[in-house]
Design a protein around this ligand. Sequence first.
Ligand code: GLC
Ligand code: CA
Length: 523
Amino acid sequence: MDERGWWRRGVVYQIYPRSFQDTNGDGIGDLPGIERRLDYVADLGVDAIWISPFYPSPMADFGYDVADYCGVDPIFGTLQDFDRLLGAAHARGLKVIVDFVPNHTSEAHPWFVESRASRESAKRDWYVWRDPAPDGGPPNNWLSVFGGGAWEFDPATGQYFLHSYLKQQPDLNWRNPEVEAAVFEALRFWLDRGVDGFRMDVLWMLVKDEQFRDNPPNPDWRPGMLPHLRFHPAFSTDRPETMAIVRRMRALLDSYPGERVLIGEIYLPIRRLVAYYGEAGDGCHMPFNFKLIQAVWEPREIDALVRRYEGALPDGAWPNWVMANHDNPRIAAKVGPEAARAAAVLLLTLRGTPTLYYGDELGMENVPIPPERVVDPWEKNEPGQGLGRDPERTPMPWNDGRNAGFTEGEPWLPLGPEELNVAAQARDPDSMLNLYRRLLKLRRAEPALHSGAWVPLGVHGEVLTYAREAADGRRLTVAINFADRPGEARLDGEIVLCTDRAREGERVSGTLRLKANEAVIVR
Ligand code: GLC
Ligand code: CA
């Protein structure tokens, strides 16, 4: 594969390391476990893995509270395990993207321990400390994503510190150049080891309003929406100064050989999201596009959304699509198990780099978590509102043996239904797993799919159609029936892929009858 283009043509596969494969019986997945399963990942037909955080951490937010940017938590293994995993991935032609958490550290990070020690500490200004409001309360009305206020009072020094997430996750002060220098040194640590890129956690929140103004009420907020969005986070997120930092991150990556990719976790409306590509293409390679996660599974809405996103992309910007991750419901939970196959076809045939979430290739569903097994701090802080993320983080089921082959011990989260596992699906040519394998193989083989233009052909009834067209004019047409009843598309050619494998090879002339929730790719 052309080195300069790997992330454009490629498919990213997200691994939540706690849940992929345990190798030492503690019930928690680890880096040697990922290494053990690399053949599976390579055979699936993806090009890169993104591994959620494995750094030393008190695990208040399961690793998104980092206590040392340059190490591996003993739960996950050792730095040597990481190097071995990286080498083994590269040997299979797989790129490795690591998750990096620049917005905040753990309260246990030595930087914060020092910052908190006194107002005179040399690292005091590495975090966001403010005096109490005149009434002794928090400095402003900013809210934590995980519930409650975003300020925690520190009685020993009489000031509040900012935490956009848990109070165990104090926000770094990116207005202080020493912070940038220290974080960039940590990025170099991983780049020097040979990682192929970073997925930057909450990249749009790095910089805060210099005057710490109150966020205005959000007139669009309705019950059921994320509680902290009652206020529009105008002053606590997406500040204009952020882009300069993103550009410097990108320049750092570009100074390394090969194409090291910068992916940003960014939840913003399309207009603001695409700004993170940078005006001269000097920002993120991929500001994560979560619009499919937020969209209703409805053909007109999806069609309009793809048009809007495609239309908003700056010149030269390469699109990307995500339908699920460790913070959001699984695809089968979002669209329903009947439509999950059609959703796979959509995700893997739109123009742009798709990111898959481990287990979605099996049609894993959100696993119900009994109250006594809830571990996600968000669910604990704001229970019963459907905010908890444990259901989409459950262990990967490998076979029908004990604990689905995930662990010899007690799995940290409950497993899903026994019959759903890799071994069973590998044996069944009609399985979801084999659909994903066929899709990924076709996508890799067809320039129209991995690099071609996206040509909208509209929605007829409940059937969405579009074509993908390669530079040489070769075209594949995709038709997806979003309905629970049959539908029709006007098409000519041969079915090269279908959610129902039996139809592959079928000739179509004029009208194609689609079964409920069926999707096809026609040449
Ligand atoms: C990101 C992560 C999420 C984490 C949060 C705080 O949104 O994806 O899992 O809880 O940042 O780091
Ligand atoms: Ca383990």
